[in-house]
Design a binder for this molecule. Sequence first.
Ligand code: ADP
Length: 283
Amino acid sequence: MTEKKNDCDSCAQKGSCKDQGDGKECAYKVDRMAKVKHKIIIASGKGGVGKSTVTVNLARALQMKGLRVGILDGDITGPDIPKLLGIEDEKLRQGPEGIEPAVAEGIKAASMALILTSRDTPVVWRGPMKMAAIKQFIQDVNWGDLDFLLVDMPPGTSDEPLSVVQLIPELAGAIIVTTPQDVALLDSRKAVNMVKAMKLPVLGIVENMSGLVCPHCGERISIFGSGGGERMAEEMDVPFLGAIPIDPSICTLGDRGETFVQSGSEAGGSFGKIVERLMEMFF
Ligand code: ADP
């Protein structure tokens, strides 16, 4: 239960809300997470493996199925979700029922990038301040009723992802994104063990950047190798959700704030299978 202290003196709504100081009508005293059916974290052992790309495309795929989806960008120092959603110029606003999330064609989002005045400003915060921001995204953002809240985690296995997990009640589980080369798999194994240690179900492994299909001859080139994610899933006794190839259009679409699930590419096709496997777990 994420109950918040009714601190009227420091509240932005002071004087204009219906609450009389007893907390009965306080818009902030509601349990936002109780209205979210499935909360999933998207984690990785290291940065740059495509965690945010998978988060945004998964959100779009679920939203295209008619589900209500939100993304909480838990990466405070590298908040890329708004850019990938094409809403980087938007800002979070204060509304009568809390902080209103930004909306990207039906997907709700809260991110540090939607608060900063300049996209080039670094967030040089220490751990407790970062956690306070994430806590606010969880407790004060007016997410409304959602089928899925996807949490794009800070990369790695430090105390940061650990703290984020502890802040979110009743998580359904974690998706671990990896790339196929040994050095990424080594870190991903740690991420799987971190999730297991937190007694959270590992919903599955996604192997991203799994080979490149040559646009000229159609031959598959294993730039970072392939199949390592599936082998790791088998060894660690967790589900393998599927592989996404390297596709230059993923990069260009992401830079334009568009998702590849809508693009009809090979990557879009392989991602469709990943979403189907995930859907089977929930419906
Ligand atoms: P992370 O969140 O793990 O740091 P990102 O999702 O930000 O990683 O991805 C890093 C970069 O790699 C982005 O520029 C993204 O567009 C690109 N990228 C991710 N997956 C693929 C892929 N399968 N093919 C080509 N580029 C990709």
